[in-house]
Design a protein around this ligand. Structure first.
Ligand code: A3P
Length: 290
């Protein structure tokens, strides 16, 4: 298939590459003019950091553990993307407090976000695992560019020639944002290690006051296994022409450290030196060693 669909003509938006299937000039304008409520909650991620996982967790935390939505509404409509075409069509169905997701770096958030009290949960993931996850995602998502070889994809990733640009720029933008107690940082690794404790942190941050029983129940529903078998949560309802789950499932492995099965030592050195250099002088440290 190298001849086929090798160039899906990404649109450029403030230096970022975006696939036209999900975004249009109009949807990006809609996002900029979007009226953010004080009660809105944004899950913010660089792609492949655990977005879909937060889309599963957030409504359950916000509605006190009522499982109805995960059995009735596809997760991209439960917690829609700020920047995607779909938002305008379903925005009226969202119940307050609304949960949204975005891959936007901080500087592209709409003006109404900055003047609101809306909260942000920023999910970070080890960029080596993000790269591996993204590599497989580019193989199954036909609306994206062919990733090439793993080695070629490392260069693309480091140069930011991938969705939403460089990982380091994304992390820096949100780490530098002075949002005080409106923002909470959590890692994919924390969530894998102890999901109930992570849900407890999210619930406390959002002042939801959930009982231990409800927390345990939400954690069970948001396990990798559960989500992988729920068609409303695993993207299998999306047309094969758009996302081919036979090539690589969207819920692929759900683990930490898969990079060890993919990088050779030369690639690791190359990757680490670029990331370290780009984060030099920042006043935050990464929550894991690279
Ligand atoms: P892998 O490809 O490493 O398996 P995003 O939603 O931001 O695109 O991120 C997708 C990644 O999150 C995939 O990583 C996917 O398997 C993982 N993921 C999704 N739900 C998960 C869950 N409940 N538990 C663990 N990992 C999950």
């Amino acid at each position: 298939g190298a001849m086929l669909m090798s160039s899906p003509n990404y649109i450029q938006y403030h230096g970022l590459l975006l696939p036209p299937d999900a975004h249009s000039k109009e949807s990006l304008e809609y996002a900029q003019n979007f009226s953010v409520d004080d009660t809105d909650v944004f899950a913010v991620t660089y792609p492949k950091s655990g977005t879909i996982w937060m889309q599963e967790i957030l409504p359950l935390v916000l509605n006190g553990g009522d499982l109805t939505p995960i059995n009735t509404i596809p997760n991209w409509d439960r917690v829609p993307w700020l920047e995607e075409k779909r938002l305008e069509q379903i925005v009226d169905q969202l119940k307050s407090p609304r949960a949204l997701v975005t891959h936007f770096p901080f500087n592209l958030m709409p003006p109404s976000f900055h003047t609101s009290k809306a909260k942000v949960i920023y999910v970070m993931r080890n960029p080596k695992d993000i790269l591996v996850s993204s590599y497989y995602f580019h193989q199954m998502a036909t609306f994206l560019d062919d990733p090439g070889t793993f080695d070629e994809f490392i260069d693309k990733f480091l140069e930011g020639r991938v969705l939403f640009g460089k990982w380091t720029d994304h992390v820096k933008s949100w780490r530098r944002a002075k949002l005080g107690d409106r923002i909470m940082f959590i890692t994919y690794e924390d969530m894998v290690q102890d999901l109930p404790a992570s849900i407890r942190r999210i619930s406390d941050f959002l002042c939801c006051n959930l009982s231990e029983e409800v927390i345990q129940n939400i954690a069970k529903c948001c396990s990798f296994k559960k989500m992988k078998t729920n068609p409303l949560s695993n993207f299998s309802l999306v047309s094969k022409e758009y996302m081919n789950n036979d090539k690589s499932p969207f819920l692929r492995k759900g683990t930490t450290g898969d990079w060890k099965n993919h990088f050779d030592s030369q690639q690791l050195t190359r990757f680490e030196s670029v990331i370290h250099k780009e984060l030099e002088g920042e006043d935050f440290s990464l929550p894991w060693s690279l």
